[in-house]
Design a protein around this ligand. Structure first.
Ligand SMILES: Cc1ncc(COP(=O)(O)O)c(C=O)c1O
Length: 490
């Protein structure tokens, strides 16, 4: 066989490939703080990848060159400090290095036999996270692709528990013949929890939201009244520790009281909000989470590990085991005393996400994460202050955590026009690319909702964000006024 045939992988490509990637990565990371989040050429750069499958491959070196040359413009540089859209963390140096090692070792984190390293680090990391978030050491945990699947894990355990309350092993029998499962929550519920309910066959329409106002804030009395009407039949409650519009929290302690009183399962989605527990300044926001039955946290948000990574925690390991149990003749025996992560979550073959999680926790520890969270709390307050001081910006919510909800409002616009203006502003920010943030609907008003979760973000990035918003806002509001004047004169 010709070892230089470029159509086949061969060992002597590796040195060149690794050297090239290290050089590119070093340059990229050195310049990342100053790089626009998105290039003006992103659309055409992405389109440049349109091509048919090559008959003869071009080899690794030239392929990777082309990936970097075309790819950097097509990428969104969300690992940089000026990305405030969604809730997207960066990647700490330790996590990045460990993630490279993950690909190097290409471990399959299914079970002990597949990789003692991956499984051991998953178990150690999950126990460190339970410690960091002050959840009981007796809880089970599993790494997932993110909070959507962590919600799926927690709610799958809840479904299993609920079925057993009705004398049915749902994992065996399915849900057929059982009544609809009542799922009670506030208007803060994240779309992914509803999606998880859809995937679990519980159904989106099972969700009953109890909101006291248009922000979605929990109507606790309304929820209690509904629970009391169930006459002792069990239910699921979803508590939201950190919602995406303003970083608000449901009162988790009172929800835990309701769960206890009415015998309900309490699942808490703390995708990013659980990090409030890391600082004594914000820990009160999540008081009561330790009394939940299942809890969701994300890794690729505030932990700052690379995509993808999340964590599902369940207080009763046995119920989790019953929800996800499976086996086959060629797989480890269910009685094998070694850990089997595939039997605790939805995936069988799994990326060894644990290497990056373990590395970042090991490298920076409890104090490192506390300092980072507090830095972000401080930056969010700084942004809120800049908003308050600017005559053309209007803050719409208080800032309990790391999200600042506000809109551009230079005065003289109706509410409807302000919505249009802010929608245009959201689009213009993304197109401009120097910073990145999107819009939402908060209390029926179109608003910006920058979220701060990246270890690289500093005061100057927050200042730049507000500067760009005001610059684009001024330009768009002038254009908007001109349009209106023109319409009025036609
Ligand atoms: C509160 C909350 N829950 C769940 C999710 C879904 O997380 P993921 O995208 O990691 O699946 C998010 C994402 O923003 C979130 O903020």
């Amino acid at each position: 066989m010709d070892s230089t045939n470029t159509s086949l992988p061969h060992r002597n490509e590796l040195a060149e490939v690794l050297e090239y990637v290290v050089k590119q990565a070093t340059d990229y990371l050195r310049n990342l703080d100053n790089r626009p989040v998105r290039s003006q050429k992103a659309e055409e750069a992405a389109a440049a990848f349109n091509a048919s499958l090559p008959e003869e491959g071009g080899g690794a070196a030239s392929t990777l060159r082309s990936l970097i040359e075309k790819g950097l413009d097509a990428a969104v540089h969300s690992a940089g400090p000026n990305f405030f859209h969604f809730v997207v963390g960066g990647t700490t140096p330790a996590a990045l290095g460990a993630d490279w090692i993950t690909s190097l070792l290409d471990q399959m984190a299914y079970a002990w036999v597949a990789s003692p390293l991956a499984v051991q680090l998953e178990l150690v990391s999950l126990s460190w996270l339970r410690d960091l978030f002050r959840l009981s050491a007796s809880w089970a945990g599993i790494m997932t692709t993110g909070a959507t699947m962590a919600n799926f894990v927690g709610l799958a355990a809840a479904r299993q528990w609920w079925g057993e309350q009705h004398g049915t092993n749902v994992a065996e029998q399915g849900l057929a013949g059982l009544p609809k499962i009542p799922v009670l929550t506030s208007g803060y519920i994240h779309a992914s929890a509803i999606k998880a309910l859809a995937m679990l066959g519980i159904g989106r329409s099972a969700v009953q939201t109890f909101s006291a106002d248009t922000s979605g804030r929990l109507d606790l009395k309304g929820m209690e009244a509904a629970l009391s009407r169930l006459d002792g039949s069990s239910a699921m409650i979803i508590g939201n520790a950190g919602e995406v519009n303003a970083g608000e929290f449901d009162p988790i302690g009172p929800l835990a009281d309701l769960a206890e009183k009415y015998g309900a399962w309490l699942h808490v989605d703390g995708a990013f909000g659980l990090f409030a527990r890391v600082s004594p300044r914000t820990a009160h926001l999540t008081e009561g989470v330790e009394r939940a039955h299942s809890v969701t946290v994300d890794g690729h948000k505030w932990l700052n590990v690379p995509y993808d990574c999340g964590f599902g925690f369940v207080s009763d390991p046995a119920v989790l085991g019953r929800a996800f149990a499976y086996t086959a003749a060629y797989l480890p025996d269910p009685d094998d005393p070694h850990p089997n992560m595939g039997s605790l979550g939805p995936e069988s073959s799994r990326r060894a996400r644990s290497l990056a999680v373990w590395a970042t926790l090991c490298a920076y520890g409890r104090q490192g994460y506390r300092t980072m969270v507090e830095q972000h709390l401080m930056l969010a307050q700084r942004m809120a202050q800049l908003v308050d001081e600017a005559p053309d910006l209007e803050r719409l919510a208080h800032v309990p955590l790391n999200i600042v909800c506000f809109r551009y409002n230079p005065g003289g616009f109706s509410d409807g026009d302000l919505d249009q203006l802010n929608r245009r502003l959201g689009e213009a920010i993304l197109k401009d690319g120097r910073v990145y943030a999107g819009t939402t609907l908060y209390k029926n008003q179109v608003a910006l909702r920058p979220a701060i979760v990246n270890w690289r973000t500093t005061e100057s990035d927050v200042d730049l964000f507000i500067e760009v918003v005001r610059e684009l806002g001024a330009k768009l509001s002038q254009e908007f006024k001109n349009e209106k004047n023109k319409d009025a004169t036609i």
